[in-house]
Design a protein around this ligand. Structure first.
Ligand code: SF4
Length: 480
């Protein structure tokens, strides 16, 4: 099916008319200043618009041009722009930016190639600055543009760069400047990365919906006949991810049970909205040490029982395991220890792993056992980008991988590999070196199941487009 792209983009533009204008476009309209657009665009990467808007306003009060920006130290910059994502790196880039602009006569360049030479400016930023600040034809390809253009089958590409090149060839120039802002707004509101709202989308009858799993229509009765959906996500701090829109994300998952790891919060540190997400009951197992480890479940199915920990104080004080029991299965949510710097905690981790395995084998005698969580190990070479360089590093040592072998030999199945044998399927990326954008990652988050119940697994996947943590969520569909 070939879509009528004019119709699609015009329909989307109408649909998002009442949505918020992206912050960078707003700054361009309000200031007509390429310097401010450039700085705001740098700040906006991996940051919510509201946070970018506030940080930009604070920064522009002190530094409204390259000269005044040059007077600020890196520490001052960090303070002014906090809490934008990667604020330390961005502060360094801003500090260097003034030097580079000085060499260009204090003027922001209009050409993409010139912009790409500036610190902190990648292709997306450069295209955005050219299109928004200078109103020149350039196509900024945000992850939403890349995703939606593929859903529509207008392009068939596997990276944003290839999407940009394909759009340069096939998209009429009249759409170049606007396509990013309207598809970002559309991708944030209706055509969301997880469970898009197809039931109310004006494009539903014409959309190819490639690889799309729409949300269940609100109000439709939950039924287990199509299986239950479970999500597991290491959020790397529930309070941090709450600021990035966690509650909306959780509702968008539209899952029956969501297991979280590394919540890093005691129950009394949770906000009221986090404790009362409509339709869900939550259970928390926190570490005694504040701001460390911790696991939690949100469930809309009522469990028969909830069990906290493994019954071993040396592990349970770190809040690493919760089990919820249903009629026909147990669901375990686990945050495996990290072997640590110089493998200082490797022994502790291996003891934890063995205790966990014995516990799961014991439960298996009664009913099916599903284990989800951050296993903190990439099992095989295919499960990380650079296996050779990491054999001595936590998460890929022979000892940890050999335990994973014994876990599989004990009858548990890595559900993701039932469906997907492809390389470069990762669930964790370092915050450093732009690793996520380059897909230099590891697959260390799993849904595993005891072998006898394996045929009840309908699907297992990685939700790589969900951001907010250095891990992305993984998903399981299961027929009880
Ligand atoms: S029908 Fe669904 S997948 Fe297609 S554009 Fe609309 S929300 Fe996106």
């Amino acid at each position: 099916m070939t879509i009528d792209i004019d119709f699609f983009l015009n329909t989307v533009a109408d649909n998002i008319r009442d949505k918020k204008v992206p912050v960078v476009d707003l700054i361009a309209v309000q200031t007509k200043d390429p310097f401010k657009v450039l700085v705001a665009t740098i700040l906006s990467a991996r940051t919510k618009d509201e946070v970018t808007a506030k940080a930009s306003a604070r920064l522009f009060k002190k530094a409204s041009d390259p000269d005044s920006l040059a007077l600020l130290s890196i520490e001052e910059l960090e303070k002014l722009i906090y809490p934008v994502g990667f604020y330390k790196t961005k502060a360094k880039h801003l500090s260097k930016l003034t030097e580079c602009l000085k060499q260009l006569g204090g003027v922001v360049p209009e050409a993409i190639d010139e912009l790409l030479k500036l610190p902190g400016v990648g292709r997306k930023t450069a295209n955005l600055v050219v299109s928004v600040a200078f109103a020149k034809p350039a196509i900024c390809v945000d992850t939403h543009v890349h995703r939606i253009m593929n859903i529509w089958k207008f392009v068939t590409t596997d990276t944003p760069l290839k999407t940009e090149m394909a759009l340069r060839k096939n998209l009429a120039e009249k759409h170049w400047i606007t396509v990013n802002s309207i598809l970002v707004a559309f991708g944030q509101s209706l055509c969301r990365p997880v469970s898009p709202h197809c039931d109310i989308c004006p494009l539903l009858t014409k959309c190819p919906q490639k690889n799309v799993k729409p949300r269940k229509k609100p109000g439709s009765k939950m039924s287990t006949s199509n299986g239950l959906s479970f999500i597991s996500w290491n959020v790397n701090g529930i309070r941090a991810v709450e600021k990035k829109g966690f509650i909306d994300m959780l509702l968008d998952f539209d899952a029956d049970v969501i297991g979280l790891q590394e919540t890093k919060a005691q129950p009394d540190q949770l906000s009221e909205p986090l404790k009362n997400i409509p339709g869900y009951t939550s259970y928390w197992h926190s570490a005694e040490r504040k701001g460390y480890s911790g696991v939690a479940f949100y469930t809309r199915l009522k469990p028969l029982k909830v069990h906290y920990g493994l019954g071993e104080p040396e592990f349970d004080c770190e809040g690493r395991v919760i089990t919820i029991e249903f009629d026909s299965f147990y669901l375990l949510n686990i945050y495996f220890p990290n072997a640590g710097n110089k493998l200082k905690r490797l022994d502790y981790k291996l003891r934890f792993n063995d205790t966990l395995l014995a516990y799961a084998k014991d439960l298996e005698k009664q009913k099916a056992v599903i284990l989800c969580g951050d296993f903190n190990v990439a099992h095989k070479e295919i499960d990380l980008k650079n296996p050779k360089n990491n054999v001595k590093n936590a998460g890929f040592t022979p000892e940890e991988r050999s335990w994973m072998d014994s876990f599989i030999e004990a009858g548990f199945v890595d559900t993701f590999r039932i469906f997907n044998q492809q390389p470069e399927q990762y669930s964790w990326w370092s915050y450093r070196f732009n690793a996520r954008a380059k897909n230099i990652g590891w697959r260390i988050d799993y849904f595993c199941i005891n072998g006898e119940a394996k045929d009840q697994v309908l699907d297992a996947s990685i939700l790589k487009d969900t951001v907010g943590s250095d891990h992305c969520p993984v998903k399981l569909n299961y027929l009880p």
